[in-house]
Ligand binder design. Structure first.
Ligand SMILES: *Cc1c(COP(=O)(O)O)cnc(C)c1O
Length: 387
């Protein structure tokens, strides 16, 4: 049975089955790792749909179909990393054309725009995407792309996706949404009018901290053709093993996300009660400035929390004092991580911009994993007592 491209089945059923079918030659229920660079052609001018593995690979196709279904899209296009997926999106544009980007984006995304594509003649305006007026004010005749993250990394601020999609449509620009932080379990931007969804599959999609990967999901045929062309033309494809691992990851995405969401909510509520913590940023808290919007456009609020301890020294003693949380970059894995954005993930962002969006030296980011909440709370408690 081909389960692709239907939303009638629930998220969990799609997570387990979409994009996959038993192997036609053996009946193997799991999609094999097609570890091959080329495919034998039965006669000159005829092949079986597969010529060369940069262009086609069945393991990759299964992953693309799977994530596309989870995002309510028609097509997935897989990449070697989240940044190579963003690289392909940006290559939809030509020199002289213009991108409006949220300023609170992943540090590496900012670096790619600011230090690579700007040099190649693509123009960028960075705005506070949560304030839709600033997007509107930045529009130019040459604007082709609006790129946003919601929730943002690490400040967890939201953009109203329906309204942003309306602005993009009127401007005849594409809206691309980096949905890495939310995961498709919690938010599906294509359903709200976005044109392109981007994932670093490194994070929640794979969920086990053992690959680096990227994915784009679209529903428009023309846009799919252009991205598929770029995937093959630039060649930043993931290998079949990584696709297979990501596919193993997505089978439990719904189960993992329920735990991440529950742990995130419980830990954010606890952190908010701690006098040593100046501010907690989490969309599931009533105190979050976009809590109402979060309830409208998200189905859950993730395991990502940031908190402000007021100084670098205090932040340092927390990140070095924890024992269950591990001090590391990245997020979205089953294990809990803690990080210091100003010196780690966002070190490549100019100091002035970091200060403006709130990435202070006292800011700490948590990626709550799926361990028992009691153990995570106890760990934070013992480390906080020594701050
Ligand atoms: C990690 C991350 C990226 C970059 O993805 P890589 O797989 O590391 O290239 C992009 N956006 C967000 C929100 C991320 O967290």
């Amino acid at each position: 049975m081909n389960r692709d491209e239907t939303r009638r089945e629930g998220f969990g059923t799609l997570a387990v089955h979409a994009g996959q079918r038993p192997d036609p030659t053996t009946g193997a229920i799991m999609t094999p790792v097609f570890q091959t660079s080329t495919y034998v052609q039965p006669e000159l001018g005829r092949h079986l749909g597969y010529e060369y593995a940069r262009t086609q690979n069945p393991t990759r196709e299964a992953l693309e179909g799977n994530v596309a279904a989870l995002e309510s899209g028609h097509f997935g296009v897989a990449f070697a990393s989240g940044l190579s997926a963003l690289d392909a999106v940006t290559k939809l544009l030509s020199a002289g054309e213009h991108v409006i980007s949220g300023e609170g984006i992943y540090g590496g995304s900012f670096r790619l725009f600011d230090q690579v594509f700007r040099r190649l003649g693509i123009e960028f305006t960075f705005v506070d995407s949560g304030d839709l007026n600033t997007i509107e004010a930045a529009l130019r005749a040459e604007t082709r792309l609006i790129h946003i993250e919601t929730p943002t990394n690490p400040m967890m601020r939201l953009t109203d996706l329906r309204k942003a999609a309306g602005i993009a449509r009127r401007a005849e620009a594409w809206l691309s949404v980096d949905n890495t932080f939310a995961s498709p379990f919690n938010q599906r931007p294509l359903e709200l009018g976005a044109d392109i969804v981007l994932h670093s599959t490194t994070k929640y999609i794979n969920g086990h901290s053992d690959i680096v990967g990227g994915m784009l999901v679209v529903s428009d045929d023309g846009l799919h053709d252009r991205l598929r062309f770029l995937q093959n033309a630039s060649g930043a494809i993931p290998g079949p093993w990584d696709c297979w691992l990501a596919l193993r990851g997505t089978k439990t995405l719904h189960l993992r996300m329920r735990e991440h969401n529950a742990n995130g909510q419980r830990i954010a509520e606890w952190l908010e009660q701690q006098p040593k913590i100046e501010r907690v940023h989490y969309p599931g808290l009533a105190s979050h400035p976009e809590h109402e919007l979060a309830r409208e456009q998200m189905d859950g609020f993730t395991g990502m929390i940031s908190l402000d301890l007021g100084s670098r020294d205090r932040a340092r003693s927390l990140v070095e004092g924890v024992r269950v949380f591990s001090l590391a970059e990245s997020l979205g894995g089953v294990e809990s991580l803690i990080g210091h954005p100003a010196s780690m993930t966002h070190a490549s962002m100019p100091e002035e911009l970091r200060q403006r969006i709130g990435i202070t030296d006292g800011l700490v980011r948590l990626s709550c994993g799926i361990e028992d909440a009691e153990d995570l709370l106890e760990d934070l408690d013992q480390a906080l007592r020594r701050v």
